[in-house]
Design a binder for this molecule. Structure first.
Ligand code: G3P
Length: 221
């Protein structure tokens, strides 16, 4: 996976799960191939294996548990996530918060099995605290802007600047409300190395067109 990157989190949107997840994943793959841009997706655990088989772009899990094989009913195994072909995993998403101890152990397990980690943080200050756990990337997403119409790029450019200043170059993704090319260009111009978004693509009438626009923003950034 190269930077800059656009990661689209399919969450549990109906438009992005089951058969729709396969279709949407293929649209991402098509845009990646046509534009040469790096696009990755994060899919529901039930869809993960099927999506990994269907496309060649990097596929992320949305969460893993810091466990090994054994008596762990209902948990998400990093070993199996790797085995089905996932590239990495999101951790500590605002919609699936984890304690510090769990975050630390999860990153260790991911490193053991070879999964790339994108650790989510609500603020630049939290992102700075997370540096000690050494995730591959930290995605800063102000929770109040998630799923809304105003992007972190437009409502909180200082958040992006601060996160990059506090954490360092080549480590920060930003997300929340990202939906147009300008959002991506602003984020990159402030030092982020990519964006994490969901509803702007998953709920779009034409995800192909939206993705092409986001990629254009990536190239300008
Ligand atoms: O994981 C991405 C997400 O939390 C941002 O969601 O819908 O604001 O792009 P959205």
């Amino acid at each position: 996976m190269k930077l800059p990157i656009i990661i689209v989190n399919f969450k549990l949107y109906e438009q992005a799960t089951g058969d729709n997840a396969i279709e949407l994943a293929k649209i991402h793959e098509r845009v990646a191939k046509e534009t040469g841009a790096d696009l990755a997706i994060a899919v529901n655990p039930i869809d993960l294996a099927r999506v990994c088989d269907a496309v060649s772009i990097p596929v992320f899990a949305q969460h893993i548990d810091p466990i090994k094989f054994g008596g762990h009913t209902g948990h998400i195994s990093p070993d199996l996530v790797k085995e089905v072909g996932a590239y990495g995993t999101l951790l500590n998403h605002a919609e699936y918060p984890m304690g510090h101890e769990t975050i630390m152990k999860s990153i260790e397990r991911c490193r053991d099995v070879g999964l790339f980690t994108v650790l989510c943080a609500d603020t630049p200050e939290t992102a700075k605290e997370f540096v000690k756990y050494n995730p591959d990337l930290i995605a800063v997403e102000p929770p109040e802007l998630i799923g809304g119409d105003i992007s972190v790029s437009k409502a909180g450019p200082h958040i992006i600047e601060n996160a990059v200043k506090m954490v360092g170059e080549n480590r920060i993704l930003v997300g929340a409300g990202i939906r147009d090319p300008e959002d991506v260009t602003i984020a990159l111009s402030l030092g982020a190395v990519g964006v994490l978004l969901a509803s702007g693509v998953t709920k779009a009438a034409d995800p192909y067109l939206v993705l092409q626009g986001l990629v254009a923003g990536l190239k300008k950034g």
